[in-house]
Design a protein around this ligand. Structure first.
Ligand SMILES: Nc1ncnc2c1ncn2[C@@H]1O[C@H](COP(=O)(O)OP(=O)(O)O)[C@@H](O)[C@H]1O
Ligand SMILES: NC(=O)OP(=O)(O)O
Length: 333
């Protein structure tokens, strides 16, 4: 198999809720990343941080409220801390698995800033769930004390939501590219990247959490990756998800994906940004492939044997043309 440039987006379920559970969870992810690296692929790993950035923010807020001389730590700084915390665990797990398999490959995390528009409408409409789940009563109490906003999250309870502006530019892109070209396994754009804006020619962090699927798509596009691989809890994307007529999708074109998005087939805040990210990547990089699958299915997905593939309309047209020409040859034989 030829060596490919792969951007992997690791979902929250690949990480745990506590340092212990996260260390155990990243070991599984590291095994899968190592399989791909050992096959000669160049890997950049992006990851989520919803539960972790919420946990860090809560701890910081508690300390500032209850402890003497502890400053308030803004959300952008909490995002930066989450990159260090998760990157550290991923580096450690990858280091161990490479050593076990006698494979030499350097690993490094890049603290990544992502430029967002200050006037992004998302600042006025928080949608990104972070941190733990609360009961309705708990959420109501915190909302009145702190002014936080909450939403009900997929029947699992109430979660705080924060603004999630679209990623416009990955500021550390060139160093990520150079490291990838040097065969370093790079961990980058963690938690979607630390959101920053430009004010009077200076960068400044803002209170937001960027969607890691959208940042991963931007990273994959900018690196001209061959594949964007979004790893989550399900093997494939479905239409009529969780209904008796649920149907898993193997391969869909950008147009088909857009049609399903318009029909409301994908839940906002969970599957919708993943499909949207794949569509963005493939539209802007028609030679690339995007796949959504689970960690377990990742090795098969890279061979085209598992997961949901989102392909460009052009690549589907050329496949149909090729099939037609084979039919033509057969019928004329
Ligand atoms: N149409 C759909 N097909 C498959 N899964 C879906 C769909 N709509 C919503 N989901 C849910 O979205 C989840 C993935 O989103 P999320 O948990 O936010 O991802 P992660 O944290 O891994 O980035 C799946 O585990 C599944 O429960
Ligand atoms: N930043 C981000 O998208 O995190 P999750 O994937 O954990 O929601």
């Amino acid at each position: 198999m030829r060596s490919r440039k792969i951007v992997i987006a690791l979902g929250g379920n690949a990480l745990g809720d506590t340092p212990q559970s996260q260390l155990a969870a990243v070991q599984k992810a590291a095994g899968c990343i190592a399989d791909l690296a050992i096959k000669g692929h160049r890997i950049v790993v992006a990851h989520g941080n919803g539960p972790q950035v919420g946990m860090i923010n809560l701890a910081m807020d508690y300390s500032a409220t209850n402890g003497p001389h502890i400053p308030i730590i803004p959300l952008a700084e909490c995002g930066a801390m989450s990159q260090g915390y998760i990157g550290y665990h991923l580096q450690q797990a990858l280091y161990d698995v490479f050593r076990e398999r006698s494979f030499r490959r350097e690993i490094a995390s890049v603290v990544t800033q992502v430029l967002v528009h200050e006037d992004d409408a998302a600042f006025g409409k928080p949608v990104k769930p972070i941190g733990k789940f609360y009961t309705w009563e708990e959420a109501l109490k915190i909302a009145s004390e702190k002014g936080f906003q909450f939403v009900e999250d997929s029947g699992r309870g109430f979660r705080r939501v924060v603004a999630s502006p679209r990623p416009q530019r990955i500021l550390e892109l060139n160093v990520i590219r150079r490291m990838m070209e040097e065969d370093v396994v790079v961990i980058a754009a963690g938690g979607g990247g630390i959101p920053v804006v430009e004010r009077d020619g200076r960068l400044q962090g803002v209170d937001a959490v960027v969607d890691k699927d959208l940042s991963s798509a931007k990273l994959a596009e900018d690196l001209e990756a061959d594949m964007l691989m979004i790893l989550t809890a399900v093997d494939r994307v479905c239409v009529n998800f969780n209904r008796p007529n649920q149907r898993p999708l193997d391969r869909i074109t950008v147009q088909e994906a857009i049609g399903h998005m318009r029909d409301g087939q994908f839940a906002p805040g969970s599957m919708l940004p993943k499909v949207e990210a794949c569509v963005e990547f493939v539209k802007n990089n028609p030679k690339g492939e995007a796949v959504i699958t689970s960690l377990d299915q990742a090795p098969k997905a890279i061979l085209g044997e598992a997961g949901t593939r989102i392909v460009s309309d052009r690549s589907e047209e050329s496949k149909i043309k090729k099939l037609r020409s084979v039919d033509h040859v057969i019928s004329n034989a």
